[in-house]
Ligand binder design. Sequence first.
Ligand SMILES: Cc1cc2nc3c(=O)[nH]c(=O)nc-3n(C[C@H](O)[C@H](O)[C@H](O)COP(=O)(O)OP(=O)(O)OC[C@H]3O[C@@H](n4cnc5c(N)ncnc54)[C@H](O)[C@@H]3O)c2cc1C
Length: 382
Amino acid sequence: MEFGFTPEQCLHRDSVRKFAERHLASGAIARAHEQGFPWEIARLMGANGLLGIAFPEADGGGGGTLMDAVLAIEEIAQVCPRSADLIHAYNFGAIRTFTEYATAEQKSRYLPRLLTGESLMAVSMSEPEAGSAVTDLKTAATREGDGFRIDGSKVFCTNSPDADLFLVYVRFGPGVNGIGSVIVERGTPGLTFGKPSGFMGGDPWCQLYFENCRIGPENVLLGEGGFKKQIAGFNVERLGNSARALAVGRYAYNQARGHAMTRRQFGRLLCEFQGLQWKFAEMALQLESAQWLLYRAVCNATTALPSAYETALAKLACNKAGFEVANESLQVMGGLGYSTEMLLEYCVRRTRGWMIAGGSIEILKNRLAESVFERTFSQRAG
Ligand SMILES: Cc1cc2nc3c(=O)[nH]c(=O)nc-3n(C[C@H](O)[C@H](O)[C@H](O)COP(=O)(O)OP(=O)(O)OC[C@H]3O[C@@H](n4cnc5c(N)ncnc54)[C@H](O)[C@@H]3O)c2cc1C
């Protein structure tokens, strides 16, 4: 067992950092507060090989590893936390599950524009009555001719006001085995959008309504029986979520560390107060331990999709560390940390959401308990 990056990984990491410093350092604070999707940055990242980093070269990707994509999130977030969202969206998000399971024809239809940052795919699984209990989803795909009619509605879909493609979890039949997924393009008759809303972290969402929305068979990603595959693919998204939470927490920590080394009160540097030193010791412990759980899950997913157990451990640790460290770092920076002059308040708002999104920390603990006791625990009444 070796701890350390290969020379290639170091080169990749350094080149991403240089890209971030050259293109993203200026305006990082303003970018965190801007409304609307940053298409310009997406296209710039596409032109610099940062979208689809770990996708096969045959699909137009970079042919790198999942660890390369994680390193990219980490490096971008240290310079511009907001821009790390794009590395997530175009390497770990819906596009990753799509690339795993799409046919060659589907890939050639959508990937070229996605990988150049001209198009954006969002994942839509949550419904008003099916959040944590996602398998209760009702949005139905009913066969009509050789295609399907989609009816139902979805909530909380990140980037839905801007995305032009939606990976939608649908029900082809009853039970968990009846669940699969389809790709719906914006503009398809029968797909309409509710009033734009937003999360506390600043990312936008709006309700999606499907009413007599017809799609052809070529838009089915995973048919009946596809749910387990989808969730297996979604574990990659969870690792991206973990990496982003941790990286944003680390950004806040680095800001607070720099502040504690230069700010004086009572005639002393803040870092000379033991009360603050212990905060940093605790934060370092949280960041480092979560980092190793993340790296283990990522390294073990080099040739296969991530393990559900290792992913749940990594996400739980990274989500908690990211939020708690960001929050404590804000405290160390006092009024400045709470002000929009700095990104600390943004980091707290942002990391808070990831303890709910993509498997809340409670649902992750339920999953872990099943591994601990080697049995399932039904959460259902009766
Ligand atoms: C920032 C953010 C981004 C998101 N992006 C997307 C997206 O792109 N696409 C998408 O489809 N959805 C998205 N979501 C929705 C997200 O997946 C759901 O919010 C999540 O699954 C929880 O569902 P819910 O909000 O309905 O809460 P509920 O399921 O109603 O849960 C409420 C609370 O009860 C807890 N709880 C529920 N069941 C149990 C249980 N069995 N044991 C213990 N505790 C339990 C939950 O953990 C939670 O704390 C996003 C959410 C957030 C916050």
